[in-house]
Design a protein around this ligand. Structure first.
Ligand code: FCB
Length: 456
């Protein structure tokens, strides 16, 4: 069946996603402060091949050409993030007008080209100065974060209606404060739980700042989400899968909806109470206009006695004889259908956008072309499942592909390529991949065929 954007209805929002650290480069220009990612990725052996984001896609200098390319592909919505340390080099206090100016130029250029900007306020690049004071483990971050949000909304809110408070809180707290494989490289349950609570507070407090300053804003926040299946039908595996589902999909949304942390389903995180003050439960709640669901794969989980805390472990996709992307993530289109259903079941969620979905493959230009058929098939398969959910009444109203260009893929460096547009990181040349042409075609509204006048 030939899928077309019009099948999703005329008001459905289509766009592409990116983030500041993964694309901007220019890590030390125009008075920008360093972020935890500047520091982490410039250490040895933290990132594959010792890559870093110092230059990335040079988006800071290249944004105008990239936006024109985006426009030529028929893309009308662009989700990008703001680098906190460009705006407030110390995390709080003095505002860097050159940083504000960059985002003003970026936003204005989007609008000139008919592209609607969607801002993510926090996509993982915490100002390093704040990390020196404990970062997300320090409750003062609520003050720092709300100050930052307020500067952004006052600077850009006259032109930007769509705001996302956080990008994937579980990933940046889990990888950055529990496993230590992302910046700032901290480990352990105490760091993790303190960070989780302060992040969840900021999720709601940041949203309240936007609401107060911009009552008509469309306010959301985004979550990483993966459908979870048990490895076997044994009770132990089913129980392990349930715990992992709580952790991966429900930990940050339930307190925002007024359901508190999912304690009962997972007693271990009870320990988070240590970081909570008397009225915190209420402060965690915010009535978001939308939830951004980000999905790539599914997880298969089995009981594991030796895994500390969770007693559950993920059965790697490489061991399951399933189709894989270059990240070794299983290609599992039905997964996006299931996570849409999962979020749709919460009565408090009003509207869902897929704010990230896409795949990395080993793309190589041949005679100036990148023929990424696998990516086209990935998009077709996943979009079909989004449509299936929509047709069953799920309130999904938009879809953003990850990502517009290839970029810096965190701990994996530049090898995994997620873009619709290929980037040659040696010379910053762009090549429009076949998947981008496919996407353009998918988005293009067919002209109405009018009957030709009869000619005498
Ligand atoms: C998500 C991140 C995004 C990108 C994709 C592949 O977890 O939000 O920045 O790295 O994965």
């Amino acid at each position: 069946m030939n899928l077309h954007s019009k099948d999703f209805g005329k008001d459905f929002i289509w766009g592409v996603s990116s983030s500041a650290y993964q694309t901007e480069g220019a890590h030390d220009v125009d008075l920008k402060g360093f972020s935890i990612w500047d520091e982490f990725s410039n250490q040895k052996k933290k990132i594959a091949k010792n890559h870093n984001g110092n230059v990335a896609c040079h988006f800071y200098h290249h944004y105008s050409d990239d936006l024109k390319l985006m426009q030529s592909m028929g893309i009308k919505n662009f989700r990008f993030s703001i680098s906190w340390a460009r705006i407030l080099p110390n995390g709080h206090g003095v505002v860097n007008l050159k940083g504000v100016d960059f985002y003003n130029r970026l936003i204005n250029h989007c609008l000139e080209l008919g592209i609607t900007p969607w801002i993510t306020l926090y996509h993982w690049d915490l100002p390093l100065e704040l990390e020196k004071k404990g970062g997300w483990t320090n409750r003062d971050i609520v003050r720092w974060f709300t100050e930052y949000v307020s500067v952004c909304v006052k600077s850009f809110g006259d032109r930007v209606k769509n705001w996302m408070v956080l990008n994937e809180p579980l990933v940046f707290t889990g990888a950055g404060y529990f496993l230590g494989i992302h910046a700032p490289g901290k480990k352990g349950l105490s760091n993790f739980l303190a960070a989780v609570h302060h992040v969840t507070l900021c999720q709601a407090e940041g949203a309240r700042v936007i609401r107060n300053l911009l009552p008509d804003a469309n306010i959301g926040t985004t979550f990483s989400s993966s459908h979870v299946d048990p490895y076997t039908n044994s009770e132990k595996d089913i129980e392990a899968a349930r715990k992992v589902d709580v952790l991966l999909n429900r930990l940050f949304i339930e307190p925002a909806l007024g359901m508190s942390y999912p304690f009962k389903k997972m007693p271990l995180i009870n320990r988070i109470e240590k970081y909570m003050k008397a009225d915190d439960e209420k402060l965690l709640v915010f009535d978001f206009d939308f939830i951004g669901v980000q999905n790539y794969t599914r997880e298969v989980v089995k009981h594991s006695l030796f895994t500390p805390f969770f007693k559950a472990s993920i059965v790697k996709a490489e061991k399951r004889n399933v189709p894989l992307t270059a990240m070794n993530w299983e290609i599992y289109p039905e997964g996006i259908y299931h996570v849409l259903k999962l979020y749709n079941e919460y009565p408090g969620i009003k509207k869902i956008y897929i704010t990230e979905n896409g795949a990395a493959f080993h793309d190589e230009p041949v005679n100036g072309k990148v023929n990424d058929l696998k990516r086209i098939n990935f998009y077709k398969g996943y979009l079909q499942q989004v449509l299936r959910a929509k047709q069953e009444g799920v309130k999904v109203e938009g879809y953003f592909s990850w990502s517009f260009t290839d970029n810096f893929e965190w701990a994996e460096g530049y090898s995994p390529r997620f873009g619709l547009v290929y980037v040659d990181f040696e010379n910053q040349q762009r090549i429009i991949k076949e998947s981008a042409y496919w996407f353009k075609n998918f988005l293009t509204v067919p002209h109405k065929v009018t009957k030709p006048h009869s000619v005498w």
